[in-house]
Design a protein around this ligand. Structure first.
Ligand code: ADP
Ligand code: MG
Length: 698
């Protein structure tokens, strides 16, 4: 970057040490370049004027033309203010200053046309605009364009750096930047995408002449931001592929063939076949696989994982599978043991509840390679497990494991095992490209045949008896039912209370001996939880009352109704996950969302979305819009989504374009050594050196 752009912000005219301190602290502006990247969040059209009479009804900044009819100071000497009556043809409003009175007052002239800009607020019994911008109409900016509006903070505003104050600074700076912001993209790209030049984009984003120019400038800057993000991700991936040689699984091997030919319980879906092929390619070529498999709830990820584990075993390696909860680990253990029944494959489980004595045996058998598949919870990585030759790790429901946990797994081997991450929380494509940009992504976009759509309904508390009646009918048909209550850390005691109250009311409505009701929640001992879960799995109980511990992965095909209590308190992806617990068998299934009468707008949107669609990707898009990307993946801390101008919830198309262009450039010039890529190279090297390696899955 040029010297000029690195100039500390206090050297800008109008800043000085005090304001510089605030700019650094409040909005992270240290240098000229930082200020230029402090982008406006919207614009006001300077050619449009409001009427004074309308101001009280506008909840936003507005621009008015009029005259001052009176200017006077009032208040006590310690608490002075300056009040000016401002009038247009429609009415009068007070303009008020609490600061800078000494130098503002002499500039105000009566009865000449002014343009003012500000936000009207009610104060006592009258409307006023505090600290408006004010300019004589004649001298008002001849530029007809838009005016940028910047975010400010209370502290900044108190030092005159409200939006207008910041605008003054960017204006001062923009006038000096000529020739200091060299183009960074190659000619070809600029002309292909019809991008404005970099310098002109920076100018126009702060001082656009027209709306169209503002849009072009912001497109260019968003593209640039996302381009470097994508380039960074692609390069990281490229580097890791070069650095980390992966184990070679060069044949599918005996166990796979035997299972596939003799024991496969159903025909694989095309999507399953395709994904297995993709995985197989990864593991064959000597690279290190780092692949994310996204597949909606019930799309059959377990079978894909299992077949891949068989391939690892067939090539002489061991495989491990990690699940986020004890229940899920148990379930995987059972279903995979069942699948291995007729194969020369030994499967074991390791979890927090594994006894010390059996642990010792497990360890030995793992180290000498007798165990082929180890299934477990995070105990897998916390324990001192050593494998003989771990070749593949499957991580189920990825988002529950932190990056730090995953990297522990990596350290288990000198050579990293291949990593397969399975997630049922579909991530919108654009976000996946960014959050998981250095992973390869496979999508199982097809459900096994014969699944009937799940009917989803929203019911208020008042319909509870009807809901109970419906539940009885389903039970009479031989089906099973989940009733799920929220349990949220912040209100745990209250939630726990509600859960127990709910359990009692259900037990009363569904009395013994005709009905059996199970209950499972986080405070139960693992053995008790397991026991209750097993009763339900075996069909001994008809109703399972639970908290979200059952959210992930549990598979009871006979369960056909999911009742979600206080559904308004669940997030969309959680609701979708919960609903995915039913509709797994051949029976028609239902999801009933119970809520109170009062619902926020956002809750309504969530409920409507659930009722409308069952498509996990569509739901993920709505979720992304509602919550913003940071929240979605728990990526807040990683800082990767600290974008300055682009917005992942809105700029999906630009993300895709940026990725395509970044790919094109790397395909042509993989280490960016061509002269036309020199600038790009310089910048991306800096980024790679500065940022911690957040994206590593392993
Ligand atoms: P998820 O992707 O949510 O983990 P599972 O792997 O638990 O889904 O699979 C859901 C159910 O679908 C299981 O009962 C599984 O046996 C069954 N299943 C998986 N693949 C197929 C298939 N190709 N045909 C029929 N049933 C399948
Ligand atoms: Mg699963």
């Amino acid at each position: 970057m040029s010297e000029f752009l690195n100039t500390p912000i206090e050297f800008l005219k109008g800043v000085g040490p005090q304001r510089a301190e605030l700019l650094r602290k409040e909005i992270g502006v240290f240098t000229y370049s930082d200020l230029l990247e402090y982008f406006p969040f919207r614009y006001v059209d300077r050619s449009y004027f409001n009427k004074v009479a309308d101001l009280p009804y506008l909840d936003s900044f507005a621009q008015v033309r009029g005259v001052l009819t009176k200017v006077e100071e009032s208040g006590s000497p310690r608490n002075k203010r300056l009040v000016a009556k401002f009038q247009d043809t429609s009415g009068t409003i007070d303009l008020v200053w609490y600061q800078g009175i000494k130098w503002i007052k002499p500039t105000l002239k009566l009865n000449i046309p002014y343009v003012i800009y500000g936000k009207a607020k009610i104060y006592g019994s009258s409307f006023q605009i505090a600290h408006p911008e004010i300019q004589e109409l004649d001298k008002a900016d001849p530029m007809k364009g838009l005016k940028a509006v910047y975010r400010s903070t209370e502290k900044l505003s108190s030092k005159g750096l409200h939006s207008k104050g910041i605008e003054k600074l960017t204006s001062t700076l923009v006038q000096q930047i000529n020739g200091h912001i060299p183009e960074i993209f190659p000619r070809q790209l600029i002309s292909d995408l019809r991008l404005p030049e970099r310098e002109s984009a920076v100018k126009q984003v702060h001082y656009p002449m027209t709306e169209d120019l503002a849009k072009k400038a912001s497109f260019r800057l968003k593209f640039e931001e996302l381009f470097f993000l994508q380039l960074e991700l692609l390069l990281r991936r490229q580097i890791s592929l070069q650095k980390n040689k992966g184990f070679v699984f060069d044949e599918v091997g005996g166990p796979f063939l035997e299972f596939y030919e003799k024991h496969l319980p159903f025909e694989l879906t095309n999507a399953q076949k395709r994904v297995i092929k993709e995985i197989r390619q990864d593991c064959k070529n000597g690279f290190h696989m780092n692949r994310l498999v996204q597949g909606d709830v019930g799309s059959g990820k377990t079978m894909v994982a299992f077949l891949c584990m068989l391939i690892a075993i067939g090539n002489g390696f061991q495989a491990a599978m990690m699940a986020p909860t004890e229940i899920l680990a148990q379930q995987h253990f059972e279903s995979i043991s069942e699948l291995c029944k007729n194969l020369p494959v030994r499967v074991e489980k390791l979890s927090g509840s594994t006894k010390k004595s059996s642990r010792k045996h497990l360890h030995e058998a793992l180290e000498n390679g007798e165990i082929h598949i180890l299934i477990g919870t995070h105990a897998l990585i916390e324990d001192t497990v050593q494998f003989k030759n771990l070749g593949l790790v499957v991580i189920d429901e990825q988002h529950r494991f932190g990056v730090a946990q995953r990297s522990r797994l990596w350290q288990k081997n000198e050579r990293p095992p291949h990593i397969l991450v399975m997630t049922a929380t579909p991530i919108p494509r654009t976000l996946a490209m960014t959050v998981y940009g250095d992973l390869d992504v496979s999508v199982i976009d097809e459900l096994p045949p014969g699944r009937k759509p799940i009917t989803t309904q929203h019911r208020f508390e008042a319909s509870r008896l009807a809901v109970f009646e419906f539940m009885r009918k389903e039970i009479a048909l031989g089906r099973q039912i989940y009733v799920v209550f929220p349990l949220i850390a912040e209100s745990e005691t209250l939630d726990y209370h509600n859960l127990m109250a709910g359990f009692e009311s259900i037990s009363r409505a569904f009395p013994l001996p005709q009905y059996q009701v199970s209950i499972v929640h986080g405070q139960l001992k693992p053995e008790v939880k397991d026991y209750e879960m097993q009763r339900f799995v075996k069909g001994e109980t008809q109703i399972m009352v639970a908290t979200t511990v059952i959210e992930v992965g549990v598979n009871v095909p006979n369960a056909s109704v999911m009742v979600i209590e206080s559904a308004e308190r669940f997030g969309l992806s959680q609701l979708h996950q919960l609903r995915g617990r039913v509709g797994r068998g051949a029976e028609k299934s239902y999801c009933i969302l119970m809520t109170g009468q009062k619902l926020s707008k956002e809750s309504k949107t969530r409920l409507e979305t659930m009722v409308r669609t069952q498509d996990g990707f569509e739901i993920a898009e709505v979720d992304l819009e509602l919550r913003g990307p940071g929240d979605l993946m728990g990526t807040q801390q990683s800082g990767i989504l600290d974008l300055k101008i682009a917005d992942l919830t809105k700029d999906g198309q630009i993300v895709a374009l940026a990725r395509e262009k970044a790919r094109e450039i790397l395909a042509k010039d993989s280490n960016l050594s061509l002269p036309e890529h020199a600038q790009i190279r310089q910048r991306v090297v800096k980024i790679l050196n500065e940022k911690p390696n957040w994206g590593r899955i392993s």
